[in-house]
Design a protein around this ligand. Sequence first.
Ligand code: NAD
Length: 479
Amino acid sequence: MKNEAKIPVANPRTGKVDFHITPASLDDVKTECQALRARQSEWSQLTSEHRANILLKLSATIAKHKDELIAALAADTGRYGLSILETDGVAASIKRWIKTVEAMIVPYEGRSSSLPFITYAVENRPYPLVGVISPWNFPLTLALIDAVPALLAGCAVIIKPSEVTPRFAEPLRQIISEIPQLDAVLTVVDGAGETGSALVDNVDVVCFTGSVATGRKVGEQAARNFVPAFLELGGKDPAIVLESADIDRASTAILRGSIINTGQGCQSIERVYVHENQFDDFLDLLVTKAKAVTLNTPDIHSGHLGPLIFARQAEIIQSQIDDAVAKGAVVHTGGKIVNAGGLWYPPTVLSNVSHNMTVMTEETFGPVLPVMPFKDNDQAVTLANDSVFGLSASVFAADADAAIAVGRRIEAGGISINDAALTALMYEAEKNSFKLSGLGASRMGAPGLLRFFRKQSFMTNTADIFTIQQFDETISKPE
Ligand code: NAD
């Protein structure tokens, strides 16, 4: 049984609605979750090697249906090259998790140091059912980023992708259906907020990626259910270019780290602080490089930047630029929506900015680079930390140790040194989100898998047991 009301989906390249989804109802979600939970027990009893082999089949089946998946992702997002990278990235992530899984989940045994006659063994018990709620900016990557380690851990998984980019779900469901053992424990449902909320009421763990506003609702709902929620939320990532930095390298890295995927990335560089002695030269380089970037319109197979995936984002970006300009910011390049049916936004470099402008305080989620000078490291750190967000940051210096020393003072989880936004390119380095950027164990590195287990310990007494008489209140009476 499905909800009657269909959800219209606009095409980011044309701006026209050309797709609909029928959201899963609360009853659909409940029924599906019960079925997944019932089948999870068998899945969890397979060896991890067996589960790994089934995940490898997922990788092979994605490769077989690559063209359909890429076409759907390209329609969802309006960009083609990154859709190929997203699809190829799934296989890479499966291989990476498999390589480390055995070492991570070995049970361990020991003996109590205070009571040496008690031995113990600790085992991992996977949570039965993990719910994944994902956003629209990297639809496939973020639907599977938590699902793959959860499945390897022995959990069943239900995924609800964003209603803004739902086209890839159908080819993904087709791929999953070709692997019956996986199909039994992995479901993708369509829907918007209501369906997402139904997931939170029916799963044992929630992995949520999205905005702070929704993350807060999800976190509160999960807490009421006593269900752990791992929240991966927004950012306003700063880049700091110290006086000693190679500004050619820094400007190239910061440009890429800011505008890739048209800036629609949680880890996008959204604020740039440059030492005052390098400021003018850095700005010149950045503006020159930004002007050389092209949009992928009218041809999806040319240019660097795709359209804005979610049209409403264009209003947010433009209102931030307009606010900045009204308060004295200078636009060096870009600064205006390009309407070609869909909405594109060119790389935009601003100077003469300050922290009373929304472009310096609120998440932009667009290819916008406001650049501000600083006098010394203390001021750079103060400016970088003047934010409600703490996702990641970048620091550039001639000497990596000098950059790391500044990085240690930044309230953010992932610090890229002499490059920008490296968390988008690699997944091994553990990191937590600081401040409003999220909550819960690291998605990267070993905890990304270990968070799907509860520990269960078996404690065995091999000697005489204690009697209640040994705990008699009278014997503890002071003389
Ligand atoms: P969003 O919060 O609007 O939606 C995210 C998901 O939540 C969607 O699937 C949506 O349908 C669902 N949802 C909405 N209301 C819900 C509710 N009440 N209960 C349960 N689910 C609900 O976010 P978005 O606009 O799709 O994504 C952009 C945001 O995601 C940005 O803030 C970005 O920074 C963030 N993001 C964070 C990371 C990270 O790793 N930290 C990665 C990518 C994106």
